[in-house]
Design a protein. Structure first.
Length: 321
């Protein structure tokens, strides 16, 4: 019986990585060409069948990971980045490693909450294929604003996650922020909205970035027309340092009294803390205050971040002393 492309890639990968056969030897055994074997091995890596880990004895990443892990009691993945890269290039590198880190954590029968934003958009473009069964991708917060429905932007992210994991996608067709808190209260009583809220309440994994108004690579919620000048002034007056899924918090992790949260469609920080696995992806030292606030709020169980931001976090917290 002829093997499928994935089966051929898996067989070639097992011979190459587990049995130490050369590509020429594999080609002879599979009765194909060396170039075909090379393509099969590339396919195995790109599809996630093969994941390569490199242990550099000179790498400071593990040391930084250990210090952050002990301070915050979470799993940490520090992405080594050259200091010559700009913030957009750094984000792409972090997103690539984040996508490959997230894949093994996703299983069948999971409900996976995904927030939209610049970071998750980048991550979604690097996801590797892993077929699951009866899994659901649910959008964590609405994406509409005064200028656009936000449907295309958010749906592209959700679609990529759904396609990567063979999961059903549930979008959240509401604005990011209602104009009035009373409107949110009324909408939350609608059965069509409650269906999405009930899925969110059953999440086993939540995946999100940290928004920051002062980031060099602007967070989409601040750069995409979601907040007007009055909103930004209100956030500044409340000492807000960042947000997760358009829910705002201060540097100490508190969120009480932040008026804009009453109109936000993202899950409350208390609800987010109930999710068993909460994967936070952060890129860029300009997000350090937002990251510190998110960690103070205990929003993450897993943290993926670039080396420079990890080092800044360690320095700020005095963990290296």
């Amino acid at each position: 019986m002829a093997l499928s492309r994935d089966q051929e890639a898996l067989r070639a990968a097992q011979m190459y990585y587990l049995q130490d056969l050369t590509m020429d030897a594999i080609a002879r055994e599979l009765r194909t060409s060396r170039s075909t074997v090379s393509r099969l091995l590339s396919s195995a890596r790109e599809s996630g069948l093969v994941q390569i880990q490199i242990r550099n004895p000179l790498d400071t990443g593990p040391e930084l990971e250990g210090m952050i892990r002990r301070r915050y009691n979470l799993d940490v993945h520090v992405v080594p980045i050259l200091g010559t890269l700009n913030e957009a290039e750094t984000l792409d590198r972090v997103a690539m490693q984040a996508a490959r880190t997230i894949g093994p954590l996703v299983d069948s029968n999971a409900i996976i909450g995904v927030a939209w934003g610049s970071t998750l958009s980048a991550v979604s473009r690097h996801l590797t294929r892993k077929i699951t069964h009866d899994s659901v991708i649910v959008q964590l917060n609405g994406a509409g604003n005064m200028h656009t429905t936000g449907i295309t932007y958010a749906s592209d992210i959700m679609r990529r996650f759904g396609s990567a994991y063979g999961a059903r996608v549930e979008q959240f067709p509401v604005p990011a922020f209602f104009d009035h808190a009373a409107t949110k209260t009324a909408m939350w009583n609608e059965r069509s909205v409650q269906r999405v809220l009930e899925l969110q309440a059953k999440m086993s994994i939540a995946i999100f970035g940290v928004g920051s108004v002062h980031a060099d690579y602007p967070s989409h919620v601040y750069a995409g027309g979601y907040l007007d000048e009055e909103d930004l002034n209100a956030l500044a007056n409340s000492d807000v340092v960042g947000d997760v899924a358009t829910v705002f918090f201060r540097g100490d992790g508190s969120s009480d009294g932040i008026v804009l949260n009453e109109r936000s469609t993202g899950p409350s920080l208390a609800q987010l803390r109930q999710v068993r696995r909460r994967i936070c992806v952060v890129s860029g030292v300009s997000k350090i205050n937002g990251l510190r606030g998110a960690l103070a709020a205990r929003l993450a169980t897993d943290l993926i971040l670039d080396e420079a931001t990890a080092r800044r976090l360690v320095d700020y917290e005095g963990l290296a002393s």
